[in-house]
Design a binder for this molecule. Sequence first.
Ligand code: NIG
Ligand code: FE
Length: 388
Amino acid sequence: MSQTVVKNISLLVTNNPTLGKTELGLIENAALLIENGKISWVGAGESAPSAEKTIDAQGKAVIPGFVDSHNHLIFAKDRAGEFSARMKGQAYSAGGIATTVAATRSASDDDLLANATHLVHEGLHSGTTTVEIKSGYGLTTIDELRSLKIAKQLTDETTFLGAHVVPSEYKGKADEYVELICEQMIAQVKPYAKWIDVFCDKGAFTTEQARKILLAGKAAGLRPRLHANQLEQGDGIALGVEVGVASVDHISHFNNGDIELLKKSKTVATFLPAAEFSTRSNYPDARRILEAGVTVALASDCNPGSSYTTNMPFVIALAVRDMFFTPEQAIWSATKGGALALQRDDVGHLSVGSRADFVILKESSYIHLAYRPGVNLIGQVWQHGKRI
Ligand code: NIG
Ligand code: FE
């Protein structure tokens, strides 16, 4: 059985408060032991066990791999023109999704797989070791099914988002499309999806439609999560808590009542600051949610419309600079918070028995991820105990 020890770690973020200081479980001058793809020992460098292989972290920081819990990677073609128009003053709306739906429907499976694989690798090289992928640019039973079959080749965290927008062929007949989702699509896609999601917002689905879809998904054994209040203040957060979703995502708008509901629930609040960046929208006041003690995650929301990035260090930098997360809150939310948003206890932390998914940074502290924005600080990425 092969063992690898990682030594000479200046600062190790374990996200396990029983192992080290603060919520981040920080250990200075630390070491890690990896065995069979998992962490088998964590502690002070001077007590590190010896192993067949030794990796020298050269006095740099080590953090858990990022858990990017919100992505739309099954699509064809980009929307650079739409981004450019937006930067000249045009507003973002849910309507742009239709452009990508048309391109995705006419793309081959091979092209969709190649594009998604490229994006997953891009994320992996910037430290993302667990990624969630949604469907949602097919919007027919066949196209949603093939989107999820492709997504499933890349991750176990697959999400059925047939309720992304009402497709043009159902214009004026949204309830019929909701019927199609509930009566046909869910049963077909079920073997390939862990999650069900709905875009509950202006120009997408109403609260009532979203409730119906989430409950139908839940009844079929899919776990619910929700796009809520990205474009306007609505009942998305209340619906999410009512249905018991793992996470409400975007939440660019929320009120005091929403905070109270989240506080009493197990639902994670996932912020996607790269979407605010790319749609030139106001950042929500995340401090109010953080201070209320709600569990918070950060994710990239990679998609060709509202947030075309896979880069979690960029997301962390935005969260710290523009949303007033502390560097500690941001690193936790991008790792452990993402894991909780995906109801995973094997990733997002470095403890005995957790997956050996970690990043050796090129700097001596995680603070540099926000302090040195735009600079590639990812030294080595390890996934399932193997260097990628
Ligand atoms: O999460 N909000 C809905 N869906 C995506 C945007 C999709 C698109 O514009 O293509 C999002 O931001
Ligand atoms: Fe999204």
